[in-house]
Design a protein. Structure first.
Length: 684
């Protein structure tokens, strides 16, 4: 009896405790540092390579190194702690970026563009410097070791300073530093989340010819993804050029690796967006094309002959869009796997409901077949032997490497995160299936509190994902597990507007806060009826980005939630459309129009309009470098609630952007989660 009473008291007050039943450690507020995030999976001559990224609380950063997989065990190949992308050369060596010299780091600190590559050769030991380029390199495509294309940042503002100073880089950098206290903008968007100020900045295409570098772009041209043909004679890339205001869409370009002659091969004369180029042969490609910029619609995949220009539609990405939209705060931003071929068709990763499978599309019939049929979330894949190498999150596991055969069976190849299941009290989300008002079947989940007592009710947090065209799955999510280990139940679902259900389901243009709101409220009702541990009188709500918008919207339309935490939110489409990096394009596509032709519509769908109805104590979390949802959005809602004397708190994180909850500095991630948890404890 005393043991039961002690456990009850500890759980009620949220103290850390060892779960009496499982004997496992509770998921702590910094649990994410335990997770090894796997990405950048590659294979060469039967050898498997990947990157592991992990938070380091001591120096408040992330460390990432290159590994090889040997007999199921990871073997660390680097110790520089900063390996991201890497290239496997034909001779078996590996090149990656690594700035070692103090003087080089100082140059970069002053703003001088520089990229240094090192080369790791098996049997040699420590990587040796391979190449240095006086550019901030993006992507690189090798023809051979002495000839390659690469993209790099180009700053028209700095180019003007160079010209003014007769090409003297030192003088130009000094003048730039002297003027660093003033931010000057002449374009929109003038800033970009995660990149900072971008006015006048572009991405150029360059060619490296045995030490001689040639800029192949015009000053205000912006170059996108590159793809090199198998015979390495043709490079395809996307391009668009603008000044003053960015344009929608791009052009598809072809350049000869021998003559460097560039040609526009865009098959459509009207504006379009070309993406995801994949070579079928040296003379034919697959390319994704989208012409509907202000509609919520998927692209179409086409075959395009490079010699005859013949364009043939082969596949619509509706309802199976390309890409993984399942969210988690303990996974790396994984490398896009793109499209791979076999004799009958092609493969790609998609999002279906609450999971991300690998699918195959038949060239002739366009029939779709699922390689894996369970609730696995596949993050990366590549053909390997008679199946596929994958990085996946399955069940309660963090990311691991698996072999996926063509019957859909996963065989684990790595166990870098398995100890988490053994050591920590991770709780499997419980699914509940329900139908919304339109008759669409949806799946939601509930996570009960760790060690909960049957028949007892607990404060519950409704968590809402961002996007809106993303999705929640049942895979590991740290913040939810932490709340469950702090005595909360957590519920979440994918309302109308989410990814995984096709274009019609995702289309909530000019309907934000209507059908999606109804789905969330219905799900909350269903969860209360289904799970006896949910206390309907102690409900909290939180979410980020679109989830922040919905949190702002919910508190203005119902008082059923006793606490709210609105993160990186949207308060007013009027201010959002004219301040953020995607404002004038996203608002037109999602809400319809702008402040000059649809002011009433934008205001009607703005949570700020209903702030005078709010009674819910609300915490607002924003970052001062979040240019996706600029801090003014949170400030406006906070100001309104304080004006109407509703309990409110505003936390602005310095030096963070829209990705605070997923890849922000580790200590700031801890502080963010502590703020939300303390707020929920206070009012629930």
């Amino acid at each position: 009896m005393k043991k039961f009473l002690l456990l009850f008291i500890l759980a009620a007050f949220g103290f850390s405790r060892l779960n009496a039943e499982s004997g496992r450690k509770p998921v702590g507020i910094d649990f994410f540092k335990e997770v090894k995030m796997i990405s950048n999976l590659q294979e060469k001559n039967g050898k498997i390579y990947f990157v592991i990224r992990q938070a380091n609380m001591d120096d408040n950063s992330y460390q990432s190194d290159l590994y090889g997989l040997e007999n199921g065990q990871p073997r660390r190949l680097t110790s520089t702690h900063d390996v991201g992308n890497y290239t496997l050369l034909d001779d078996g060596s590996i090149i990656f970026r690594n700035v070692r010299e103090t003087k080089d780091k100082e140059k970069m600190r002053r703003g001088e563009p520089l990229t240094v590559y090192v080369r790791l050769t098996e049997g040699i030991g420590e990587a040796q410097e391979y190449l240095r380029l006086p550019y901030s390199v993006g992507d690189i495509k090798f023809i051979d070791e002495r000839h390659f294309f690469f993209t790099a940042g180009y700053d028209n503002n700095f180019a003007a300073l160079l010209e003014k100073n007769d090409g003297d880089t030192v003088k130009a950098l000094k003048e730039k530093e002297n003027g660093s206290s003033v931010r000057v903008f002449e374009e929109i968007p003038f800033w970009s989340n995660g990149r900072g100020d971008v006015s006048g900045k572009r991405n150029h295409l360059y060619y490296y010819n045995d030490g001689i570098i040639k800029d192949l772009s015009t000053a205000f041209e912006n170059v996108g993804g590159m793809e090199l043909s198998k015979d390495k004679k043709i490079l395809l890339y996307t391009s668009n050029t603008w000044q003053g205001k960015s344009t929608r869409g791009n052009r598809l370009m072809k350049i000869s690796a021998e003559t460097l002659d560039a040609k526009d091969i865009s098959p459509l004369s009207e504006p379009a967006s070309y993406n995801g180029v994949t070579f079928i042969s040296d003379n034919e490609i697959l390319v994704s094309i989208n012409q509907k910029f202000e509609e919520i619609s998927s692209a179409t995949l086409y075959r395009l002959g490079l010699n005859d220009g013949k364009l043939t539609a082969v596949h619509s990405f509706n309802p199976y869009g390309m890409g993984v939209s399942i969210g988690s705060d303990v996974k790396q931003g994984n490398s896009p796997s793109g499209i791979k071929f076999d004799k009958t068709g092609f493969y790609y990763l998609t999002t279906v409901g609450d999971h991300a499978p690998l699918i195959h599309v038949d060239f002739k019939s366009d029939a779709v077949s699922f390689i894996n049929k369970g609730k696995e979330t596949v993050l990366e894949y590549l053909p390997y032997k008679d199946g596929f190498l994958t990085v996946a999150m399955i069940g309660d596991k963090a990311s691991e490497i698996y072999f996926l055969d063509k019957k859909g069976v996963f065989t684990p190849l790595s166990t870098v995160n398995d100890q988490l299941l053994d050591e920590f009290d991770l709780i499997t989300p419980r699914p509940v299936v329900f139908k919304n008002a339109a008759g669409v079947e949806l799946t939601g989940y509930a996570i009960p509190p760790a060690g909960y007592v049957a028949g007892q009710k607990y404060p519950t947090i409704l968590d809402i994902h961002g996007g809106p065209r993303t999705a929640f799955g049942s895979c590991l999510f740290h913040e939810m597990q932490y709340w469950a280990n702090q005595g909360f139940a957590v519920i979440f679902t994918n309302p109308t507007g989410s990814d995984g259900g096709g274009d019609d389901f995702a289309n909530i243009k000019a309907r934000y806060g209507t059908v999606d709101y109804e789905d969330l409220m219905l799900f909350t009702d269903v969860a209360i009826k289904t799970f006896d541990f949910i206390d309907p009188d102690r409900l909290g709500v939180t979410g980020g980005s679109y989830g922040g918008f919905m949190t702002n919207w919910i508190i203005g339309h119902t008082d059923r939630f006793k606490a709210a935490a609105s993160q990186r939110s949207i308060a007013s489409w009027i201010s959002f459309s004219n301040t953020t990096d995607i404002g004038f394009t996203f608002t037109a596509a999602q809400i319809g129009g702008n402040v000059w032709n649809n002011l009433d519509g934008l205001w009607t769908q703005s949570p700020l309009k209903y702030a005078d109805k709010v009674k819910t104590p609300t915490l607002f979390i924003h970052s001062d470098e979040d240019y996706r949802c600029w801090q003014s959005e949170g400030i406006q809602m906070f100001y309104a609630l304080k004006y109407f004397e509703v309990p409110a708190r505003l936390c602005l994180f310095k030096g963070e952007n829209h990705e605070l909850s997923r890849s922000g500095k580790p200590k700031n991630r801890v502080r963010r989660l502590q703020e939300i948890t303390d707020w929920m404890k206070k009012y629930l």
